[in-house]
Ligand binder design. Structure first.
Ligand code: HEC
Ligand code: HEC
Length: 289
């Protein structure tokens, strides 16, 4: 079985690549996706039975949690915000710093993380009657089926000129032009899957912890902007409360990335960019029929 077959049975939302990538060793298959979905909601994967993947990746909140920083077992607060888990099948690196190279590598890390679920992966698997590989493959498979698309932005690109308001169309011009957002937020998923220092360096060194390259100090992975309006607060540390604050942040242009510079946007232009960001909200689907 290959991924082309899958595309025929999962109706991929408008705007995304119809081919959902999956590794040869873990092809998407309905049984594994169903099992993975159950596990994603299962609190037994945490040491004290209080935290599931959905605690931080809530389907009702675009698979994020609304908190500035993630809260795991024992009410411990981690260093970073829970990202929206959307269209990750198309991802190339995982986590804000890209320290996992595949979803198979990624999905077991929150289980083992003492601040999140706090359990040896083998013990968690045994608790639910699976091997480590079965658990890993099922969770990765389910995550691959969480897709977001079919937004006003997608409909506009598909030719429906009325899908975006005049202000949103002006916002799109800015996004692609004067505001330079498209330097990093591009393609069907509105991300280059690369790492950039977009703001003044804070205590979290981000990608530098993985690469040890000086230019990666304070660089984080460009997040997809799909459903972004649904999940304040923003950035890896949840330090910006609103989309308006994010646009102001870019307007100041204080990051060390060569594509970041003061933008000198007018108040009207800032408002137009924010309304465009709201047009990236479409339909989220998960699982397999
Ligand atoms: C306590 C909250 C919490 C729990 C529980 C949790 N996560 Fe996460 N998740 C996070 C945070 C925070 C990050 C980002 C961490 C980082 O970048 O260092 C993340 C990152 C991810 C990513 C990477 C997304 C990307 O775009 O790079 C995936 C996929 C993911 N989690 C899936 C899961 C799965 C599957 C589970 C359950 C086995 C789970 N998470 C449990 C908080 C949580
Ligand atoms: C140089 C690359 C780059 C450019 C240019 C850029 N971004 Fe980003 N964007 C990123 C990165 C990297 C992050 C994550 C930064 C962090 O978490 O500290 C991000 C985060 C965001 C977020 C928050 C998403 C979330 O889930 O927290 C929004 C919204 C956003 N960008 C919109 C824009 C807009 C609008 C523009 C144009 C004004 C823009 N970006 C220009 C790379 C870029």
């Amino acid at each position: 079985m290959n991924a082309w077959w899958l595309a025929a049975i999962v109706a991929v939302p408008l705007g995304l690549d119809q081919l959902i990538p999956a590794p040869a060793g873990n092809p998407l298959e309905a049984g594994r996706v169903k099992l993975g979905r159950k596990l994603f909601f299962d609190k037994r994967l945490s040491r004290d039975g209080t935290v599931a993947c959905t605690t931080c990746h809530d389907p009702a909140r675009a698979f994020s949690d609304g908190a500035a920083r993630a809260v795991g077992i024992g009410a411990q607060t981690g260093p970073r915000r829970s990202p929206r888990i959307l269209n990750r099948a198309y991802g190339k690196t995982f986590f804000w710093d890209g320290r996992a190279a595949s979803l198979e590598e990624q999905v077991v890390q929150p289980i083992a993380n003492p601040l999140e679920m706090g359990m040896r992966v083998e013990d968690a698997a045994a608790r639910v009657g699976l091997t480590r590989d079965e658990l890993t493959q099922a969770l990765a498979s389910y995550v691959r089926t969480i897709l977001a698309g079919d937004s006003p932005y997608d409909r506009f690109l598909a030719g429906d000129r009325g899908a975006l308001t005049a202000d949103q169309q002006a916002g799109l011009k800015l996004f692609r032009g004067k505001a330079n957002c498209v330097a990093c937020h591009l393609g069907p998923n509105l991300t280059d899957e690369d790492f950039h220092a977009t703001g003044p360096a804070g205590p979290d060194l981000g990608r530098y912890e993985v690469s040890r390259r000086p230019e990666d100090r304070g660089a984080f992975k460009t997040p997809s902007l799909r459903q972004v309006a649904e999940t304040p607060p923003y950035l890896h540390d949840g330090s910006l409360a609103s989309l308006e604050a994010v646009v102001d942040f870019y307007d100041q242009g204080k990051g060390s990335d060569p594509e970041i510079r003061p933008l000198r946007l007018t108040a009207a232009e800032k408002r137009q960019l924010v309304t465009l960001l709201r047009a990236f909200t479409g339909r989220v689907q998960e699982g397999m029929p």
